[in-house]
Design a binder for this molecule. Structure first.
Ligand SMILES: [Zn+2]
Length: 274
């Protein structure tokens, strides 16, 4: 695995060049195992790209399956908090087993916090909770040293900046952001039908989840709604597509994290072939 850092703008260039590829007859036998190979099979293209790098210079990888030019682009984010491990297993299962709809592209990101994954910590290597660091009006510089510190400034974490750039580029129709351990589909009301499909497919109840360390309308006379500094709230505010935060239970079984969640997520996002 290379540790060389891409120059500024290179990620966009890589993605654009991949997106511009229109399905020529590329040799289709090898799985996508590095950052440059593009392979084509019956269920579409497969490739890996690096979105950016963590504080400790680990790559944040996205594994693509399907049609990058299709009208339905979806993102499965296996992990943001490094000690919530089950979604990574879903992502790794999807890398091997997904059958993508003809009109869909599936971006599988096992983790956007590879340092936290390596250390088994919730936060990144600088102690930042990556799901409190998104640049919204609800971001707060408080709680340093606690579980949920939002960082010294909005989008201070390189992991958040990498993911934000990627999402602005890809503009997915659906995002599934996987967490643990509450065992719910976190309702945000942007696309209730999507939430209900997730509830049905994953067998998890739909409920509102409050985000800690976020003030509730401190100055209601001055501002509109306070938007939590989470990936889901940020994305739902800035893009027409929909992100939903999914909380697996603390110890989901293997069937759930692989088949039930893997297929259930893609079906809910209208990206599964069968
Ligand atoms: Zn989490």
């Amino acid at each position: 695995m290379t540790s060389s850092r891409l120059p500024a703008g290179a990620m966009e260039a890589v993605l654009l060049s991949l997106l511009a590829t229109t399905g020529g007859p590329v040799a289709a036998t090898e799985p996508a195992t590095d950052d440059t190979t593009v392979t084509v099979s019956a269920s579409g293209k497969r490739f890996v790209t690096v979105l950016g790098y963590s504080v400790q210079d680990r790559p944040i990888k996205a594994f693509f399956r399907g049609d990058p030019n299709g009208p339905n682009q979806v993102v499965v984010l296996g992990q943001m908090h490094g000690d919530e491990r089950a979604g990574v297993r879903t992502a790794r299962w999807l890398q091997r087993h997904v059958d993508v709809n003809r009109d869909s592209g599936v971006w599988i990101i096992p983790t956007m916090n590879p340092d936290g994954f390596a250390a088994n910590t919730r936060q990144n290597a600088k102690g930042v909770d990556l799901n409190r660091n998104w640049p919204t009006n609800g971001w707060k510089d408080s709680g340093y040293g606690t579980c949920c510190w939002g960082g010294p400034r909005p989008a201070s974490a390189p992991e958040v900046r990498a993911m934000r750039g990627f999402l602005k580029e890809i503009r997915p129709d659906y995002i599934a952001s996987i967490h643990q351990p509450y065992g719910v589909i976190a309702s945000n009301g942007k696309d209730v039908a999507y939430e209900k499909r997730l509830t049905q497919r994953l067998g998890l109840p739909r409920t509102e989840v409050s985000v800690r360390a976020v003030p509730k309308r401190e100055e209601p006379q001055d501002k509109g709604e306070t938007i939590a500094p989470t990936l889901t709230s940020w994305y739902n505010d800035v893009r027409p597509g929909t992100s939903v935060t999914i909380e697996y239970v603390r110890r989901p079984n293997t069937h759930f994290v692989r088949v039930k969640a893997g297929r259930g997520l893609l079906r809910s996002m209208r990206a599964f072939q069968r």
